[in-house]
Design a protein around this ligand. Sequence first.
Ligand SMILES: Nc1ncnc2c1ncn2[C@@H]1O[C@H](COP(=O)(O)OP(=O)(O)OP(=O)(O)O)[C@@H](O)[C@H]1O
Ligand SMILES: [Mg+2]
Length: 358
Amino acid sequence: MSALELIDIRKRYGSVETLKGIDLSLADGEFLVLLGSSGCGKSTLLNIIAGLAEATDGDVRIGDRSVTGVHPKDRDIAMVFQSYALYPNMSVARNIGFGLEMRKVAEAERIAAVEKTAKILQIENLLARKPSELSGGQRQRVAIGRALVRDPQIFLFDEPLSNLDAKLRMEMRTELKRLHQMLGTTIVYVTHDQIEAMTLATRIAVMRDGQIEQLAAPDEIYNRPATRYVASFVGSPPMNMLDCTFADGLAHIDGTLSNIALPAHLHEVAAAAHHITVGIRPESLTLADASNTKFGIDAKIEVVELTGPELVVTATIGKQRLTVSLPPRSQVSVGTTQRFAIDVSALHVFDRATDKRI
Ligand SMILES: Nc1ncnc2c1ncn2[C@@H]1O[C@H](COP(=O)(O)OP(=O)(O)OP(=O)(O)O)[C@@H](O)[C@H]1O
Ligand SMILES: [Mg+2]
């Protein structure tokens, strides 16, 4: 049985099609992240799952029951919104339990559920406080608590961490992961933060312009991106994309005399495409030394930045940009031409005509 199934979901606002046919099926206990840039339709899709917006076409099934036309409160879902307004005059305990109060759950049962939830979120000692007496991270936990107290079939999160500072975000991210591991609930989580997606998801749906561009486990998304778009969306610094022309087993980098030897299994398809993009992650490049200077690409160093754990080098190769992540103590100087060795097992090749992986 699937926890959630979306069948050809479409949404139209006037003449604009915001969702262009979304299909997916989620197993029980999965943590699905909808990842994509602003305006691609993530919130629209989440709201359709929640029943807060109506699809123009298609069917939503929760636990093998069609919920199309079913009121949000009868869908057995709980949602945490990006802007989670807490009731300022109510205590934390009452904020968490308010949904249950509305549903006329008996007081003893309500108190027990609130206490259990507070314990999971480690805010038991804050139950008597008002929201104004909490830190941002604590407030966020209360907002999550309001959803958690309900024990629904599916949790829906819409960018729940986006208004926290970087450090708190990271802490809450770990908390969420721990929660998911502990409770094993099914979650659909919207974000445009690729790190959040990579760390939290069991599967990521990369969305673009109302469609799912790739739906796969984080490892697959990172190591075998299906399109050039997915490849450049996930990873920081982003993957280098070198426009090349393929001939005789070599990807000739446009505007230069440099080339990259492609693995034999790619030759036939690369030859058919002819114009290709070679994707190289910044961490797949190293300084060429005496043992490997023969193979590699020469680039002119423009900027060197120490981020702490790594040295990020920006260089140019012909008119194209190359970013390289090196160990912090690497010797490179601005203005010089440096040869970089490539880990060819980590190359990504895309057809320039279709932007699809070959
Ligand atoms: N009620 C509406 N009427 C008309 N257009 C809408 C409406 N709601 C959303 N849209 C449009 O649909 C598209 C998708 O919006 P949506 O809110 O789903 O994006 P999103 O992926 O959640 O973006 P963000 O990351 O900025 O929150 C946008 O182009 C938006 O302008
Ligand atoms: Mg949104």
